[in-house]
Design a protein around this ligand. Structure first.
Ligand SMILES: Cc1cc2nc3c(=O)[nH]c(=O)nc-3n(C[C@H](O)[C@H](O)[C@H](O)COP(=O)(O)OP(=O)(O)OC[C@H]3O[C@@H](n4cnc5c(N)ncnc54)[C@H](O)[C@@H]3O)c2cc1C
Length: 807
């Protein structure tokens, strides 16, 4: 065993082997993998080996496509068969809603270059003769589905890595990982210590235990999972003989079943509602290549539906039942990337679909280690989408929920109930008392909209406009015509202090920093000149700045800040140590005049001013900015003052028409202003030129991260451009990820949208090929499988000059 190496990968499951292979592919050949037992000895060996490209997140779907395409490559290098069966597969819809969902997935697939087809139930029956087509309303066919041999595939990765120079050490447990003062690692194993620059935790079933070696509690939980193998079935033999092919794979959403041929019979797996976690707090090290006790009762409800939908299965004998554990993150996507504040420690775990995702995970992580950047947009699987706020109990509840809903539709207006409320602000009960329908963002409750009565304070889930429509509309109009009140405690807030704070932020951000008492908007760029953040930065003194951004990316941004901050600069996430409200609308200044202990006239407190002063009796930090595009203010106080601030605003605003509004109205209002939002319009695949943020980057300023690439991108010209469209929608608005058509070709995709209530039109924001952005052209946007006419706007719908917010 080498005593020193560049990278130690802990864990020889399919994921660790893929990471190892990809590192060697990038030219890092002095790397090693250490495996406690044999390769595949975790959850990999007993997997059903199915793979597919479908994923709710298009960026993850792309990586799944990459994974499927990779198998030929590793077979060729290693000479080891992956046992590939690219049979194609059908996803079967039993309800109209599921069919609509499939149509949307199919539409998304268009701009990803996927080859899915929407087909009738009769066509599905022709492709998969074992179904009872009367139970289905239609299906989606995907030629890129199939199954493989988990053992062969893992060994193909491992052999390819070895051929490229990597070392693999078996039967050697990593006992501890300790960081030296210089940031390098001592990896302590049963066979001795290895000194490494980087450590990758690909510990699968034991990833939690490996994380705990450095005091890290990863949000993952293993769940028991069962599939059964039938005896040989005459129906299968008949299909094989008639078609000369294997039976194709099928996914039955209503039965929560996936199925495929295995030898002369069928394999049938379920994601049962009555799911069961395994080893909830610690995974025993002596768990080897063991299986768990099958429990047919648990999957009986799914089997019952399965036997109705696939009648031949009811007649087949069961040859074997496999019950094995594998790990999940709360949202079911992998946890990949560097760990905040811990240099050169990487994770690649929580991968619940190792044979669909393992290749993409290996590619992204190896790029990240070698280049400092994953090379494409992996936010959907970045470990930083979870912050410090997760707990074992929260993860447990959310993973169970996710598992039991694996094949259920999540509607765009559907909030999931498990582990809620988890984090609340001091005004939570007050907002609920105002009939707020609450949503969950990073475990924190926030108001979505306000109903007229407690009985009506719930969403009817739908892909179409729903019961909140009229009330969200009234909230929007109250903001545009009078004054609205929104709780904004769920924004991310940071404080940057110290003698070096200015120089640090100057290097970090492409816009010029504000003068004391002022704010600026600025994106943040990676070295490739792409968007990794968008912020409002306020300066309170020479050495003290506040930054506001998206809470979705709080841990992601803190990781970046901490990695870049030099000694003498302190960066703190203020979290719920700062809570607040936004007041927005033409009457918001009148309200401020009544409560502020200073001159808040147009000249006395200008657009983009920021200052600390009292509101009534309460000490506050106030910024004159809104995300709705109106005259307005963000009011920040410590949590102990938040209730009092609410009282103060309500008491002084009632006669001005003050009305609470929620996140849905905010979304509608910002769409009317063509304001983008993080994780939608702003993601690491876009440049500021493409996102039309050019006025927030300074090309005169020098020395900031990403400047060279930014200038090069300007000279090259944008590949695509963000645009706003008005859509001739019927009863459904865009959600996001719909294709944009022009002249019968897909030329872009929607990033977000909805109904712009104050303007009375349906709006979509989206990127289209740069040469195809033309306000005089005719566009179409596909909503639930139907192409609707759309018009590209050359300016925002509401107040294009921005005079309202500046007045
Ligand atoms: C019943 C069942 C059916 C499944 N079906 C499918 C399917 O059809 N398609 C699909 O894509 N996925 C399927 N999966 C999921 C799939 O198995 C996982 O996605 C995959 O195995 C995850 O691989 P991994 O490398 O992350 O983890 P693991 O396979 O658990 O590998 C982790 C490895 O790390 C080693 N290790 C851990 N800690 C240490 C240490 N301290 N020192 C040294 N070594 C260590 C372990 O011994 C283990 O070999 C199924 C899983 C089950 C249980």
């Amino acid at each position: 065993m080498r005593s020193s190496t560049r990278v130690v990968v802990i864990g020889g499951g399919v994921v660790g082997c893929s990471v190892l292979y990809h590192l060697t592919k990038r030219g890092w050949t002095d790397v090693m993998l250490i495996e406690r037992a044999e390769l595949t000895a975790g959850s990999t060996w007993h997997a059903a080996g199915g793979f597919h490209t479908l994923n709710g997140d298009p960026n993850v779907a792309k990586l799944q496509q990459y994974t499927v395409e990779l198998y030929k490559e590793i077979e060729a290098i290693s000479g080891q068969s992956c046992g590939l069966h690219l049979t194609g597969g059908v996803m079967l819809a039993g309800t109209r809603e599921r069919m609509e969902w499939l149509k949307m997935a199919h539409a998304r697939g268009r701009y990803l270059g996927m080859h899915t087809e929407i087909i009738s139930a009769a066509e599905a029956k022709r492709l998969m003769p074992l179904i009872d087509e009367a139970k289905f309303v239609g299906a989606m066919y995907d030629p890129f589905e199939g199954h493989l041999d988990p053992y062969g595939t893992t060994h193909a990765y491992a052999k390819s890595a070895k051929i490229n120079g990597a070392e693999i050490v078996l039967r050697n447990r990593v006992i501890d990982t300790r960081q030296r003062a210089d940031g390098t690692w001592d990896v302590i194993t049963e066979q001795g210590t290895v000194h490494a620059e980087h450590v990758v935790n690909a510990g699968g079933l034991w990833a939690r235990e490996c994380g705990r070696m450095i005091g890290l509690e990863l949000p993952i939980l293993a769940m028991e999972h069962m599939y059964l193998l039938t005896e040989d079935m005459p129906e299968v033999a008949e299909i094989n003989a008639a078609t000369g092919k294997e039976v194709i794979t099928a996914l039955d959403f209503e039965g929560e079943i996936y199925t495929r041929q295995e030898r002369g019979g069928m394999l049938l797996g379920t994601y049962e509602k009555a799911c069961k976690p395994w080893s909830e707090t610690t995974t025993p090290w002596d768990f080897g290549q063991n299986l768990l006790e099958p429990d047919l009762d648990r999957i009986a409800p799914s089997l019952e539906v399965g036997f109705e939908h696939f009648p031949a299965y009811a007649r087949a004998g069961i040859r074997r039942i496999i019950n094995g554990p594998f790990t999940f993150a709360p949202d079911g996507n992998p946890l990949v990337g560097p760990i905040r504040g811990v240099r050169n420690y990487w994770v690649a775990c929580g991968v619940m679909a190792g044979f669909s995702q393992g290749g993409g995970v290996g590619l992204a992580l190896s790029n990240w280690i070698v280049d400092g950047d994953p090379g494409f947009d992996v936010f959907g699987m970045d470990v930083a989408r979870y912050g410090d706020w997760t707990t074992l109990g929260h993860t447990n509840a959310k993973v169970r929920e996710n598992y039991s809903r694996r094949f259920r539709i999540r509607f765009p207006n559907e909030e999931l109930p498990a582990a809620r409320p988890f984090r609340t602000t001091p005004v939570y009960d007050r907002l609920v008392g105002m009939n707020a329908v609450m949503g969950d963002l990073c475990g924190l409750e926030h108001a979505l909209w306000f109903a007229p009565s407690p009985e009506e304070a719930k969403d009817d889930f739908s892909f179409r406009r729903s019961n909140d429509f009229a009330y969200v509309g009234a909230e929007c109009r109250a903001v545009r015509e009078a004054v609205g009140l929104l709780e904004i405690s769920n924004f991310a807030k940071y404080e940057v202090t110290g003698a070096g704070a200015e120089a640090f932020l100057d290097r970090l951000l492409p816009n010029r920093l504000p003068a004391t008492g002022r704010m600026v908007l600025t994106p943040m760029l990676n070295p490739a000149g792409r968007l990794i953040g968008d912020f409002t930065v306020g300066r309170l003194s020479d050495e003290r700045f506040v930054i506001f951004g998206s809470s979705l990316a709080e841990a992601y941004h803190m990781r970046w800040f901490l990695a870049a901050a030099p000694a003498g600069v302190t960066v703190r996430s203020l979290g719920l140590g700062l809570t607040g409200f936004q007041i927005a609308g033409p009457k918001s200044r009148e309200l401020m005049t009544r409560i502020a202990a200073r001159d808040v006239s147009a000249a006395g407190f200008r657009f983009m001013d920021v200052a600390e002063f009292d509101l009534g009796t309460l000490p506050a930090l106030v910024g004159r900015v809104t995300y709705t595009g109106d005259l307005g203010y963000e009011l920040w106080v410590k949590p102990e003052h938040q209730r009092a601030l609410l009282d103060l605003l309500v008491a002084n605003g009632a006669d001005l028409g003050l009305r609470p509004f929620g996140a849905r109205a905010l979304n509608s209002l910002r769409l009317e202003k063509s304001f983008g939002s993080w994780s939608r319009e702003y993601r690491p695949i876009y440049t500021p030129w493409e996102a039309r943020l050019e006025r927030f980057v300074s090309t005169q300023k020098t020395g900031y991260i990403g400047r060279d690439a930014l200038l090069a991108a300007r000279d090259k010209g944008p590949e695509r451009l963000l645009n706003t469209f008005v859509v001739d929608a019927l009863d459904a608005d865009v959600i996001g990820d719909e294709p944009i058509w022009r002249d019968g070709t897909v030329i872009g995709w929607v990033t977000s949208g909805g109904y712009a209530h104050a303007s009375g039109v349906s709006v979509a924001l989206g990127y289209v090929e740069a040469g195809a952005s033309d306000p005089s052209a005719a566009y179409e946007i596909e909503i639930i499988g139907e192409r609707r006419p759309a018009r590209l706007l050359s300016e925002p719908l509401f107040d294009p000059k921005g005079s309202g917010m500046r007045m």
